[in-house]
Ligand binder design. Structure first.
Ligand code: NDP
Length: 534
């Protein structure tokens, strides 16, 4: 029988007593299923199993690991419809978005890392400048870290953890994954997919639970933590990790700006703004949360945005453009931002509240367009993480850049212009991890490109080669082929040695072979003296 409850908390006292988290469909409030509430002991046991399993896995070739990955990919394809339905139900998003924003990108990511990890992590010989003339060489190999802890949010319950699981496993690690308490069933499905693909036991441990389970993972002695979530929790994770010097990657919030210049294609830019702000009900870290429009085209751009927003279909189930928000708590934040903006003089051009006719237990908020906003309002400063698109005018390129950079966040940004060189010029001045020209939101879906932010949006990267490098330990081996020669800088600090060191500072340290040749008699004399034991 379906249970209807408002989705504020999944670990209610009753659920806590039963040591379980309850998963709800945010569109209807119905219970989708239940999952264990993992304790610190459960986390410790999972880390132990993962550590034991990693030894053999880390020694396999990329080809062998890639074969498991491609089998997992085949399982995903086989179960595509069921997976889309589960993601859609548990996260409250349209089926279409479960496919386009979660499943399609991860299928691509799986084949990319299965096939390319070997090349991306192949051992390298490093250029070491003039030291090579001293018979030296340096190589670097990338070794697995061991056990990677992944803590993931609810907004992309499949794509975010799965992408990181794939990269961590391909790099030779084992994984302990702690998903959000709002979306445990999708995470358990990730485990099932890999089990069916024949991934050896222990390599992917999924510990469902709540914040306390996540906290236990930060204290469980894993070798790295990949955290995606809010700034507040990210700070707690970083503090806990610092105590044991566990490295962390933090993928945090955003307040991403979109700049629309007067020469932009307004038809495309207005559709992009509407999709970028309202896809996933605005619950994407890279959603368009601030839109700056050149004053010459502001009226036309705004009327297109408003018309397109009003045409969106918001409902539960098939055919929806937007569905529900993830939780009552998230909806309350959106309402607060809109209310405060309106109190301070903003105008609601579309939407503005919960829809009048919607399922009683559902957490819906209308796609909302605001004008007359400014940077004193919460809606322009704090992460709204909901379907709200505030529009603000600018007059000059300088002003647009200043407004875009006037934020504590720096995840992504987007610049719209037909003049690509202007697009690149402005992009270069924006403080963000990724700046797109004539695009919004989507580069998390490109497996080859790095994802991550600056400022409060986090540290470190996921995806692409830079993301893969976060999941390995660089192992540097330095060889001296002229083992019989003593180094000129070893003991025996005679006055001649001191003179040679001064020459090294002036000549050798320029990096120039020619300059170094000028001091070769001094160098050879020192080498010869040291060989004689002088
Ligand atoms: P939260 O920070 O609330 O939670 C993220 C994860 O951390 C969840 O699994 C949560 O568990 C867990 N957690 C909670 N408390 C702790 C703790 N003390 N120690 C360790 N883990 C803990 O974020 P949301 O789930 O609400 O996600 C939304 C946020 O994520 C937004 O700010 C968004 O911008 C950001 N985000 C960033 C992305 C990026 O790539 N930069 C991508 C997607 C989202 P539980 O849910 O069970 O409490």
């Amino acid at each position: 029988m379906a249970t209807h409850i408002s989705r504020t908390q999944t670990t209610t006292p009753a659920a806590e007593a039963a040591r379980e988290v309850v998963s709800y469909d945010p569109a209807t409030g119905e219970v989708v299923g239940r999952a264990p509430l993992g304790s610190a002991e459960d986390v410790a046991r999972a880390v132990g199993r993962a550590r034991a399993a990693q030894k053999r896995w880390g020694a396999l070739s990329f080809r062998e690991r890639g074969a498991v990955m491609m089998r997992a990919r085949a399982v995903v394809l086989e179960e595509l419809e069921e997976l889309a339905a589960l993601i859609s139900r548990e996260a409250g998003k349209p089926d279409a978005e479960a496919l386009s924003m979660e499943l399609v990108p991860t299928l691509d990511l799986m084949q990319f890392f299965a096939r390319r990890a070997a090349r991306l992590l192949r051992p390298e010989r490093l250029g070491i400048g003039l030291y090579r003339y001293l018979g030296r060489s340096s190589t670097i190999e990338y070794r697995p870290l061991g056990v990677v802890g992944i803590i993931s949010p609810w907004n992309f319950p499949w794509a975010i953890p799965l992408g990181e699981v794939v990269m961590a496993l391909m790099a030779g690690n084992a994984v302990v994954l702690k998903p959000s308490e709002l979306t445990p069933l999708v995470a358990l499905k990730i485990g099932e997919v890999f089990r069916r693909a024949g991934l050896p036991e222990g390599l992917l441990e999924i510990v469902t639970g709540d914040g306390s389970t996540g906290q236990a993972l930060t204290e469980a002695g894993v070798d790295k933590i990949m955290f995606t979530g809010s700034v507040a929790t990210g700070r707690r994770v970083a503090e806990a990790a610092a105590r044991s010097l566990t490295p962390v990657v933090l993928e945090l919030g955003g307040k991403d700006p979109m700049i629309v210049f007067e020469d932009a294609d307004l038809e495309a830019a207005s559709s992009a703004a509407v999709w970028g702000a309202f896809a996933n009900s605005g619950q994407a870290c890279a959603s368009v949360e601030r839109c700056y429009v050149h004053e010459r085209v502001s009226a036309e751009f705004t009327s297109r945005v408003v018309a397109k927003t009003r045409a969106l279909r918001q409902q539960a189930g098939e055919g929806a453009d937007l569905a529900a928000m993830s939780s009552e708590r998230q909806l309350a934040t959106v309402e607060e931002h809109v209310r405060e903006a309106v109190e301070r003089g903003a105008r609601v051009l579309a939407g503005g509240s919960r829809p009048k006719e919607m399922h009683a237990g559902g957490t819906f908020h209308e796609p909302t367009v605001l004008a007359g906003v400014d940077h004193t309002m919460m809606v322009m400063r704090e992460e709204t993480f909901g379907p709200v698109l505030p529009l603000m005018n600018f007059g000059t390129e300088e002003e647009a850049v200043r407004l875009a950079n006037d934020s504590a966040f720096g995840l992504t940004a987007s610049v719209w212009t037909r003049d690509i060189s202007r697009g690149r010029r402005v992009a270069a001045r924006i403080e963000a991890g990724t700046v797109m020209v004539n695009e919004v939101l989507y580069t998390h879906g490109i497996a080859q490109t790095p994802w991550g932010g600056v400022k409060q949006s986090g540290m470190g990267r996921t995806h692409g080669r830079l993301g893969l490098l976060e999941l390995v330990a660089p192992h540097h081996i330095h060889v001296n082929r002229l083992a019989r020669l003593h180094d000129v800088w070893w003991f025996g600090y005679t006055p001649e040695a001191a003179r040679l060191f001064r020459s090294l500072a002036r000549r050798f340290a320029t990096g120039s072979a020619l300059q170094t040749m000028l001091i070769s008699p001094q160098l050879l004399r020192r080498l010869f003296d040291k060989r004689r034991g002088a």
